[in-house]
Write a protein that binds this ligand. Structure first.
Ligand SMILES: Nc1ncnc2c1ncn2[C@@H]1O[C@H](COP(=O)(O)OP(=O)(O)O)[C@@H](O)[C@H]1O
Ligand SMILES: [Mg+2]
Length: 371
């Protein structure tokens, strides 16, 4: 979706401005798909990006500059994603009208649906489809995106401060969906789709979790949560009185215990204490995901269940996370590879594979710029 698109000529570079990293992915058309021709990751100073919002523009610009310097990226046009409390996505029903007419009308229609004053918002929309009501009214379903102008201005400033040009802004979770599920019908046969089922996509990073629901390849719902990898680590640090870095290492070593208890409990008390802390956090996490999915289901017209959930993001690698989610949400949970839809230049493989599960936003942003 050309969300908040500014218009561009060459394929922009996907630039993921995350909580503790910036990442860039450059794609080239190759056959019927894409080749990843450049990729890079660089650190972001702690506190520069908080809950998905850039609070220290200069620090983020410096990280982006460093990223370009290190990874030999050529272009200057970038596509970024936004995911924070200041961007909202709503699926709304409006009386049917032509696209051009809606472009003029959306400004007046939007305020009823968004918490941001419309004069402070940048709006975009995608027409999902149209239908007839039982009373024979012609209606349309529209995915409305509203982003607060000042928040977007910070993103523009961070990009321009690094000497780059912003050519496209996307909703981050839409780019994650694109990286995992592709850009259209050619990826999965449409006949596989049951109209009463939708698919969930969950990306767990350090500071944020992005949740999306996809119906017929179109994301229709998205929510973000700050329950993510850092919170899991912090819980362990608090319980065991460890530094964040110590807790991080223990988290990765301990993981969650086997959900069915088939493996014997660890005889390391630190591991057991970490697992207890993780179980408590995972239960909060599951409650958050469930609230989002339930909310979506109350809004959906046809969909009754979410039977399949794709999880990705480095944080999704927590041992046994998938089985906890599957059991609690009664769904098939699949750890999903963001690199599954693309080819990768041989010289990049080691570096890209090291960041494999974290790569979805950057890859999907680049794919969105190409379509
Ligand atoms: N094997 C693992 N088990 C559990 N958590 C992991 C594992 N590998 C990475 N993580 C977690 O993933 C998070 C980092 O995700 P990342 O994709 O780097 O986030 P960001 O996009 O914000 O840079 C951290 O919380 C880290 O602890
Ligand atoms: Mg990171």
């Amino acid at each position: 979706m050309g969300v908040l698109s500014i218009g561009s000529q060459p394929i922009p570079i996907g630039l993921d401005i995350a909580t503790d990293h910036v990442r860039a992915a450059q794609l080239k058309p190759s056959g019927s798909g894409f080749l990843l021709s450049a990729y890079g990751v660089s650190d972001v100073r702690l506190g520069a990006v908080v809950e998905g919002e850039i609070v220290d523009v200069d620090a983020v610009s410096a990280s982006i500059k460093e990223l370009w310097r290190r990874s030999g990226l050529k272009g200057k046009d970038v596509a970024i994603g936004v995911s924070n409390q200041k961007v909202v996505v709503r699926l709304i029903d409006l009386p049917y009208m032509e696209r051009t007419e809606l472009e003029g009308a959306i400004q007046y229609q939007a305020q009823d649906y968004i918490p941001i004053p419309v004069e402070d918002a940048i709006l975009d929309f995608q027409i999902i489809g149209d239908y007839m009501t039982p009373a024979d009214e012609h209606m349309m379903e529209v995915l409305l995106v509203a982003a607060q102008r000042d928040m977007i201005a910070n993103s523009v400033a961070a990009v321009e401060g690094a000497g780059l040009k912003l050519s496209r802004i996307d909703v981050t979770s839409f780019s994650i969906v694109r990286a995992l599920l592709g850009t259209g019908e050619f990826v999965l046969p449409a006949e596989d789709e049951d109209p009463t089922e939708a698919v969930g996509v969950i990306h767990i990073s350090s500071g944020l979790t992005n949740i999306a629901v996809v119906e017929k390849f179109v994301p229709r719902f998205t929510r973000m949560s700050s329950i993510a990898g850092n919170q899991f680590t912090q819980a362990i640090a608090n319980v065991l009185n460890l530094t964040f870095d110590e807790a991080e290492a223990l988290k990765i070593r301990a993981g969650l215990p086997d959900i069915d208890g088939t493996s014997p409990a660890s005889d390391d008390p630190a591991v057991r204490a970490a697992q207890d802390a993780l179980e408590r956090e995972i239960n909060k996490f599951i409650a958050e995901v469930r609230r989002s999915l339930d909310y979506y289901l109350t809004q959906a017209s046809q969909v009754r269940t979410i039977k399949r959930i794709y999880i990705t993001g480095s944080g999704a690698q927590l041992t046994n996370m998938g089985s906890y989610l599957a059991k609690a949400l009664q769904a098939e949970v699949i750890l999903s590879d963001p690199l599954g839809q693309i080819q990768i230049a041989p010289s990049l493989r080691d570096m890209v594979f090291a960041d494999r599960m974290g790569s979805a936003p950057a890859i999907g942003l680049a794919m969105g710029g190409a379509s």
